[in-house]
Structure formats: structure tokens, C-alpha cells
Ligand binder design. Structure first.
Ligand SMILES: Cc1cc2nc3c(=O)[nH]c(=O)nc-3n(C[C@H](O)[C@H](O)[C@H](O)COP(=O)(O)OP(=O)(O)OC[C@H]3O[C@@H](n4cnc5c(N)ncnc54)[C@H](O)[C@@H]3O)c2cc1C
Ligand code: SF4
Length: 490
């Protein structure tokens, strides 16, 4: 049990593990985060936690991390128990400790009128210590069952499902169409946000726990879907939601207009030592269409490649600095926050509605964007309703354009012929057990949620594993992940 220390937040201001200086970090592909941190400071930060009767941080966390307990354990300098508690709800705390936007922090009670507990930094610190101390080791099962499970896709959802299933003794094979494991953490998220050796270390752990990885293997072509089903007692589809939303505007097919993921993927491969071609941006004016995180990753990547200017444009107006009345705590605040990419001197423009990609000199290459400056009214769900044009004739210089306006579900449905159906938003339909319309075929992660977050993918993978285990054996001791859909089993 934790003991409340109600005055910790009065005694200590919030202190995050800082990012590196923007001027320095924008010149390299090393992680933007400070490599080292001070244990005493982190203990003080743990003490800021009030151990609330209703820990709203936990309901803000998609996997229900038991935040107050490990805050307290860190404060008490008991890092090993903190790590054990963290691993009870999260297979890969460093995946989230480094990449998560931390919805738990905006839900923290202290966020109501003060700075929230620095939950993400504490999570990262715990798992940093765990690796440094050699506490994170393989946990193979005492014995194996006779069941074989095929996991399709090796992103965080597939990896979490595979680890949970292997640890209860099932024989798990992960099929991955890419040449390396990790999904979007490998070929989407840039190295400077998340170092890939962190995935390799976990992959080694899973291998030692008995998981087999078959990379360069696309289910649906290299392995037929019916063969996969026939060869396994259950299958978990964790194929992600990487189909990119396109923009149907004049000039879309001009040279220089690309999907964001093409560029991010090439860059990740380049950083991994692959000398394949990459879209050149050096000395060029780059425009990123889309105000979200994928767009921000393009901005930061283009800076590192020496673009002469990078502008990120969003179709909505700039979010407010303060929470609007219809967005109260503990909801995720829909307020403006400067992204790490903007800290590095990017520029951003809001309320810009692109009308066309324009080739002014007729050489087949984009030269600028024609756009309108706009304002919107919004419906009660916050969706854009009516547009008012404030300035009809914006022209934005662009040698390269990256389209980063979202995703529309999985790129492929290898099980379509067997009966796996897509919902209206393109994702795979599942029942409350995360099973698709095909008996024994489950689905998890972005493939069912749509493009989301690493933490949701881990939670979904854990949940799918729990349902697969119950399906195979008639019972399960695997834990629910608390915040994802978890109807009682059986
Ligand atoms: C640019 C970018 C940056 C992001 N940054 C963050 C961030 O900072 N923080 C955060 O929390 N989230 C971030 N996300 C979102 C996060 O990466 C995803 O939500 C998460 O990776 C989803 O995990 P997943 O396992 O469901 O799918 P994915 O990670 O997409 O993995 C799916 C895997 O399935 C494989 N696959 C697909 N079809 C087949 C097939 N037929 N056969 C075999 N293999 C197949 C794919 O190759 C892929 O490896 C980012 C996303 C993008 C695009
Ligand atoms: S809501 Fe904040 S202060 Fe309360 S228990 Fe959670 S982290 Fe601690």
C-alpha cells in the first residue's frame, strides 16, 4: 500500500526529464531526450503524487497503469518493485516512457489547478534503471501447451500479444512483412524520438521466451491466409492502420508531392544503414500538409536534412491557449502546445485550406500551393462544419510537399476471403472478445482502433492475448488491461 504524502506537490515544482537543447539536437538523429537524469529529483517528483482516493491518472491511462503505486515506490527508492508493478500492466514501459503523449498527466488531479505529476518521466526512469541494473530478463513459461498461435504484424500490438501468449506457454510465431520487427515504431517514428535498439532488446527477450519471428513474410501473399489458419489454433491480426488518407486536389500527381510515410520510412531505413534512395529536401522549401504528429515528425526530419524552410499547415484554426468550457479537466486538453518540431524552429500556419498544388514553370514539379485562409464553425462533436474564407489567395512556396492528413485503416485485409470484415472507417470489425467474423481469428491494435498510440496498441495486444488464451484453454489468468474493452470472460 502507498502512503500519501499530501504536501509533496507543495514542496517541489514539477521537473520533467528535459529534452536536449533544440539548437543542438536538430543537427543529429540522436534521441531528443536527455540521456541522463537525477535520481533524487525523480524521487521528489514521485513525492508530488497525492495518492488520490480516485486516481484519475489511471483512468486517463489506456492500459490502466497503477501510477500512484510506482510513484510512491520511486519516492521510497524501491526501483525494483516499481519496475515489477509497471510491468504488471505494461509489457514495454520504455516504448511508452519515450513516445507516449501521456494522457495520464492531463488526467492527473494536480492538473486541475497546478502542474501534474511527471508520470511519463518517472515511467521512463523506472525502466531505464531496470535495463541498467539487468533486472529485465526473459520470463519463459515453466511448460509449453500444445497450442500454436500466429500473430500477424510485429508492431507494439503484435509484440504485446505475442509476449503475453508465450508467457502462458503457447507456441507463438510472429509474421512480419517488413525486414525487421517493430511496425511503426521501426519504420514510422523517427530515430530521434525513439532509438531502434530499444525494439531489438525486447525482440531478443521475446525470442528467449520462445517467440519465433518470421520477417519478410507477408500474410496473404508469402503465406496464404487459409494456410495460416490451418497451421495455427488461433490467429491475431495486428497489421496496423497504415493506409494513408490522400488529398484529391489539382496537381496531386506533380513531382515533389509525396505521402509523409514515404519520406519517414525512407529516412528510418537510411538511418538503419540502408543506402536506398530518399526524397531530397536539402536546400528546398518544404510544406507539410496536416497539423498532427506525423506532420510534426516530417518537419523535424526535414530540418535535420537541411531543408531551407519547413512550414506545417493545418486546416483548423490555432487551438486556444486555455481549455474551452466544453473541454474540462480531466479530458485530454484541446489546447495549443508547441511540438518538439516547432521548438526546433519550424513554422506553422493554421486555418489554411489548400486548393491546388501548382507547377508555375511547367516542368512537372510542384512550385507552390494555392490556398485559402479560413475560419470554421464546429458541430457539437468538434467536427468542422461551415467554412468562412478570410483570404482567398494565399500562395505558399513549396519544392516538396508531404501529405500527412491521417490514415484510413489497414493497408490490406489478408483474411477478406475468409470473412474478416471492415467497419465503415476501414478498420477490422471484432466482437467483444476481439474476435473477427472468422472463428479463431482475433484482431488488435490500430487494425481495429484506427491510427492511434503505442500505449493503446500495447493494451489491445494484451487484451487480445487474454481472449485468445481463454478461447484456447477455456480459462485465462492473463490480466485485463483495465481501460480497453474488457467484458467478463466466459
Ligand atoms: C509517423 C508516426 C509517428 C508516430 N508517433 C507516435 C508517438 O510518438 N507516440 C505514440 O504513442 N504513437 C505514435 N504513433 C502511432 C503508433 O506508432 C501506432 O499507433 C502503433 O505503432 C500501432 O501499433 P500496431 O501494432 O497496431 O500497428 P503497426 O505499428 O502499424 O504495426 C503493424 C505491422 O503489421 C505489419 N503487417 C501489415 N500487414 C501485414 C501482413 N499482411 N503480413 C505480415 N505483416 C503485416 C506491418 O508491416 C507492421 O509492421 C505514430 C505513428 C506514425 C505514423
Ligand atoms: S491523479 Fe496525479 S496526484 Fe492523484 S494519484 Fe494519480 S498521479 Fe498521483
Amino acid at each position: 500500500m502507498t502512503e500519501p504524502h499530501p504536501n509533496g506537490w507543495r514542496d517541489h515544482d514539477r521537473a520533467d526529464i528535459e529534452k536536449r537543447d533544440p539548437a543542438e539536437r536538430a543537427d543529429d538523429f540522436d534521441e531528443i531526450w536527455q540521456e541522463t537524469w537525477d535520481a533524487e529529483t525523480l524521487r521528489e517528483q514521485g513525492k508530488r503524487c497525492m495518492d488520490c482516493g480516485v486516481p484519475t491518472c489511471m483512468s486517463g491511462c489506456p492500459i490502466g497503469n497503477v501510477v500512484p503505486e510506482w510513484n510512491d515506490l520511486v519516492y521510497r527508492d524501491d526501483w525494483k518493485r516499481a519496475l515489477d508493478r509497471l510491468h504488471e500492466t505494461n509489457n514495454f514501459p520504455e516504448f511508452t516512457g519515450y513516445t507516449c503523449p501521456a494522457p495520464c498527466e492531463s488526467a492527473c488531479v494536480l492538473a486541475y489547478n497546478d502542474d501534474p505529476v511527471t508520470i511519463k518521466s518517472i515511467e521512463r526512469a523506472i525502466v531505464d534503471v531496470g535495463w541498467a541494473e539487468g533486472w529485465i530478463t526473459p520470463e519463459p513459461p515453466a511448460e509449453r501447451t500444445e497450442y500454436h498461435v500466429g500473430v500477424v504484424g510485429s508492431g507494439p500490438a503484435g509484440l504485446a500479444a505475442a509476449q503475453q501468449l508465450a508467457r502462458v506457454g503457447h507456441r507463438v510465431t510472429v509474421y512480419e512483412r517488413d525486414d525487421a520487427v517493430g511496425g511503426l515504431m521501426r519504420y514510422g517514428i523517427p530515430d530521434f524520438k525513439f532509438r531502434k535498439s530499444r525494439i531489438d532488446r525486447r525482440t531478443d527477450q521475446l525470442r528467449a521466451e520462445g517467440v519465433t519471428f518470421q520477417t519478410n513474410t507477408e500474410v496473404g501473399s508469402d503465406v496464404a491466409a487459409d494456410t495460416l489458419v490451418a497451421d495455427h489454433d488461433a490467429v491475431c491480426l495486428a497489421v496496423g492502420a497504415q493506409r494513408q488518407r490522400d488529398i484529391d486536389l489539382p496537381g496531386r500527381d506533380l513531382d515533389g508531392v509525396h505521402f509523409a510515410m514515404e519520406y519517414l520510412r525512407q529516412t528510418n531505413r537510411e538511418q538503419a544503414g540502408d543506402d536506398a534512395e530518399r526524397i531530397p529536401v536539402e536546400g528546398r522549401d518544404v510544406v507539410v500538409l496536416g497539423g498532427g504528429d506525423t506532420g510534426a515528425d516530417c518537419v523535424a526530419t526535414a530540418h535535420r536534412h537541411g531543408a531551407s524552410q519547413v512550414v506545417q499547415i493545418g486546416i483548423r484554426e490555432r487551438p486556444p491557449e486555455e481549455r474551452p468550457p466544453n473541454n474540462p479537466w480531466p479530458e485530454q486538453p484541446k489546447t495549443y502546445h508547441e511540438t518538439y518540431a516547432q521548438e526546433e524552429d519550424g513554422s506553422e500556419a493554421f486555418g489554411v485550406d489548400t486548393q491546388a498544388f501548382v507547377d508555375t514553370d511547367g516542368d512537372g514539379h510542384v512550385d507552390c500551393l494555392d490556398a485559402e485562409r479560413v475560419e470554421w464553425s464546429y458541430d457539437e462533436d468538434g467536427a468542422r462544419a461551415e467554412k468562412t474564407v478570410v483570404d482567398p489567395s494565399l500562395e505558399i512556396s513549396a519544392d516538396v510537399v508531404f501529405v500527412a492528413i491521417g490514415f484510413t485503416g489497414p493497408t490490406n485485409n489478408p483474411f477478406e476471403d475468409l470473412g474478416v470484415e471492415r467497419a465503415a472507417d476501414g478498420t477490422f470489425q471484432t466482437d467483444e472478445r476481439k474476435m473477427t467474423a472468422v472463428e479463431g481469428v482475433f484482431a488488435a491494435g490500430d487494425a481495429t482502433r484506427g491510427q492511434s498510440l503505442v500505449v493503446w496498441a500495447i493494451g489491445e495486444g494484451r487484451d487480445a492475448a487474454r481472449h485468445v488464451d481463454a478461447y484456447l484453454t477455456g480459462e485465462t489468468d492473463l490480466p485485463p488491461s483495465l481501460a480497453t474493452d474488457n467484458p467478463p470472460l466466459l
